[in-house]
Structures are given as structure tokens and as C-alpha cells.
Design a protein around this ligand. Structure first.
Ligand code: NAD
Length: 350
């Protein structure tokens, strides 16, 4: 397979970790006979420095012309005082919007080797994928200020169309088919009309996926169940706001921000893949960043954009071997640097 990949390395540790992930991708491509063509574009603070804007036209076009996008991280203290529309983070929103990426996939997995870093006393580990609707719901509804019964008030409104629910629903059922074939849809259908439409629509869709064990759960219960017994979940699908909150809750259960990848997907196969952490300005340039979140983001790309499951499995297994072998960066309590951990992971892809 020939893959055209747009790289948005960004700021801080972004370039270091993207370079590491590309070395791992090269190794897998060599093993399976794929050809990867990389093109780098400016995004975030580095783009502001070079062009005055966080997402230059050329960068967005480069992403549109690519088969997928790999992003490091953007931002840093240098750009913190800029006005909102000129902030580095605008680049992320711009790419999501430009590529119409409406589904955010965030796995939260507790690796055996890192079990003691989990704040829970979980013995069996867990491996959850949260699918969050990214472009609708209360974050994008009508809002404002007005005079109310008790004086000045503010309001935000949530709306979801059947089309929006169906498309995120399909992403989550398809993801469940590629994993443990279990899907939990999380809503607040006892109170919210949008949640009742969400639930009806998901139920209808579930008939098309008889192999997937489907269930609903109320969001307040889900927040408890994630702490009580995270291993009960495989794939979770939920709305923008509930997903925002629950994915952060789940990520903390894994014990380290340097381990967690993410994917943003739209209608076609093209997606944007990135670690969930930021540009870590405190350790940038020292070569000690943990590259695993970005390396696992590449594995997600192979699985979700290109249906190359064996290749993705190889990367994930190599990461697990490196962890089991104690080849760890400082954030995980180890003494190795980025290059040494990357080299180990590559060595474990045979
Ligand atoms: P951060 O995630 O960059 O860092 C938080 C802490 O985690 C720091 O101590 C950092 O050293 C550590 N850390 C993060 N990633 C690591 C890795 N791979 N290996 C080892 N340690 C790691 O969050 P922050 O400090 O709040 O934000 C720094 C900058 O990043 C800000 O400008 C923020 O706006 C930006 N940011 C960008 C993104 C993104 O690009 N998607 C996301 C979050 C924050």
C-alpha cells in the first residue's frame, strides 16, 4: 500500500515524538512492503512565527491532499498571551473542521507493566475505547446571555440530529467490530430529549450489528462504573460533552499521559492522529519525552484509516514488550531517553 502522510510536528516535544513515530512506521512499512511518503507542514506556534497564523492555507491543503495526518502537539509559553483566534490550538480546530472530523477515538488502556501507576486497585487491567462525538451537541449549540426570571442569565443549548447520531454510532459499532464486539452507549435519557433521540437511534442501528453486544448506560452511572470496574467496558460511545468528561476520567486511570493516543475521524478513511498530551515545554529539546502516545497513534492510523490490523498489532505488541522489559522513559519511572525507547520498540518489530 502507498500512503501519503501529512506531518504536523508542531511545537515543544512535537518534532521529537513525531520523528520517533515515523521511525517505527518505517520499520513496519518495510516489514509488510508498504511505501510511506511524508510531507511536513507548519502548524501551531511554529506556524505563527513563520507566517503569522497558526494554520496556514498550505498546511490545511496539505492535509486535504494526504491520506492521513499525524500531529505532535502545539503551543507553549511563547504564544500564551496571543488573542484567542491567533492561539496555536486554533490549528487543531481548523484541521478538524477543514477535514470534517466528527468522531474522536480515545483509548484508555492499563498495561500490566504500569498497573501500580493506576490510582485504582485494578488487578485485571482494562482496555477501553471512548468514541466521542466531536462537532455537535451543547458545545456548538445556540448560546448567549439574556434577562431571565431571576435577572441576567446565560444559556447553552444542546441539539443532535438523527444524521449526526447515526454517523457517530456507525463509527462506534465499526470500532467495536474491530475490537471486543461490545458497545456501551452513554446518555442521560431519563432527563434529556437529545439523549432519548440518541438512544432510539443507537437501538435502531444496533439491529444492523447483531454481532455486537450493545447496551445503554446513564452518564452518572457510567462515571461511577468507570471507577468501580473499568474492565466491564470495551467501546463506549457518547455525546460531545459527556465524552469530554469521561475520556479525561478514563485517561487518568491509566496512570500516565505520555501513553495515550487518539484519532479523529470523519466520513472517509482520512483521519488525524495525535497523542492526547501537549507540547511539554518543560522537557522540550532534552530528548527525554515518552514517544509511546505518538507511536500508538500511528498504530491507530494503520488500524482505522488503512485497515492494516496486523501492522497495528505489531506496533502495539512491540510497545507492550518494551514496557514489560522495563525500557521506560522518566515519566514512567525509567532512565531511558526517547531515542533508546524508540530503538527498543523498533527492535521488537520482527
Ligand atoms: P502537557 O501535556 O504538555 O504537559 C503536562 C505534563 O506532562 C508536563 O510535566 C510534561 O512534561 C508531561 N508530559 C506530557 N507529555 C509527555 C511525554 N510525551 N513524555 C513525558 N512527559 C510528558 O500539558 P501542559 O503543560 O498543560 O501544556 C503545555 C502546552 O501544550 C500548552 O501550550 C498547551 O496549550 C499545549 N497543549 C497542546 C495540546 C495539543 O497540541 N493537542 C494538548 C494539550 C496542551
Amino acid at each position: 500500500m502507498n500512503i501519503k502522510l501529512a506531518l504536523l510536528k508542531g511545537d515543544g516535544i512535537g518534532p521529537e515524538i513525531v520523528d520517533s513515530a515515523c521511525l517505527v512506521l518505517d520499520k513496519v512499512a518495510e516489514k509488510y512492503g508498504h511505501k510511506i511518503e511524508y510531507k511536513s507542514y507548519l502548524a501551531g506556534g511554529c506556524a505563527i512565527d513563520a507566517t503569522g497564523v497558526p494554520l496556514p492555507e498550505e498546511t490545511l491543503q496539505g492535509c486535504l491532499d494526504s491520506d492521513s495526518v499525524l500531529l505532535g502537539a502545539v503551543g507553549g509559553p511563547k504564544w500564551d498571551t496571543l488573542p484567542g483566534n491567533l492561539r496555536p490550538e486554533k490549528a487543531l480546530l481548523g484541521v478538524r473542521k477543514g477535514l470534517e472530523l466528527y468522531a474522536n477515538l480515545r483509548p484508555a488502556k492499563l498495561y500490566g507493566a504500569l498497573a501500580e501507576r493506576c490510582p485504582l486497585r485494578v488487578t485485571d487491567g482494562f482496555d477501553i475505547l471512548i468514541v466521542r462525538e466531536l462537532t455537535g451537541g451543547i458545545y456548538f449549540g445556540e448560546n448567549g446571555r439574556r434577562e431571565g426570571k431571576y435577572g441576567p442569565e446565560a444559556y447553552d443549548t444542546e441539539s443532535y440530529s438523527i444524521t449526526e447520531i447515526e454517523r457517530i454510532g456507525r463509527v462506534s459499532f465499526d470500532a467495536a467490530m474491530k475490537r471486543g464486539k461490545k458497545l456501551t452507549s452513554i446518555d442521560k435519557a431519563n432527563i434529556l430529549e437529545t439523549s432519548r433521540l440518541w438512544r432510539e437511534t443507537m437501538h435502531r442501528l444496533s439491529a444492523e450489528y447483531p454481532e455486537v453486544e450493545y447496551s445503554d448506560m446513564l452518564v452518572d452511572n457510567a462515571a461511577m462504573q468507570l471507577i468501580r470496574n473499568p474492565a466491564q467496558f470495551d467501546v463506549i460511545v457518547t455525546s460531545n460533552m459527556f465524552g469530554d468528561i469521561l475520556s479525561d476520567e478514563a485517561s487518568q486511570l491509566t496512570g500516565s499521559i505520555g501513553m495515550l493516543p487518539s484519532a479523529s475521524l470523519g466520513e472517509g478513511t482520512r483521519g488525524m492522529y495525535e497523542p492526547i498530551h501537549g507540547s511539554a515545554p518543560d522537557i522540550a529539546g532534552k530528548g527525554i519525552a515518552n514517544p509511546i502516545a505518538t507511536i500508538l497513534s500511528v498504530a491507530m492510523m494503520l488500524r482505522y484509516s488503512f485497515s492494516l490490523s496486523k501492522e497495528a498489532d505489531d506496533i502495539e505488541a512491540a510497545v507492550e514488550k518494551a514496557l514489560d522489559g522495563g525500557f521506560l522513559t522518566a515519566d514512567l519511572g525509567g532512565t531511558l531517553n526517547n531515542a533508546q525507547v524508540t530503538a527498543k520498540i523498533i527492535e521488537f518489530i520482527v
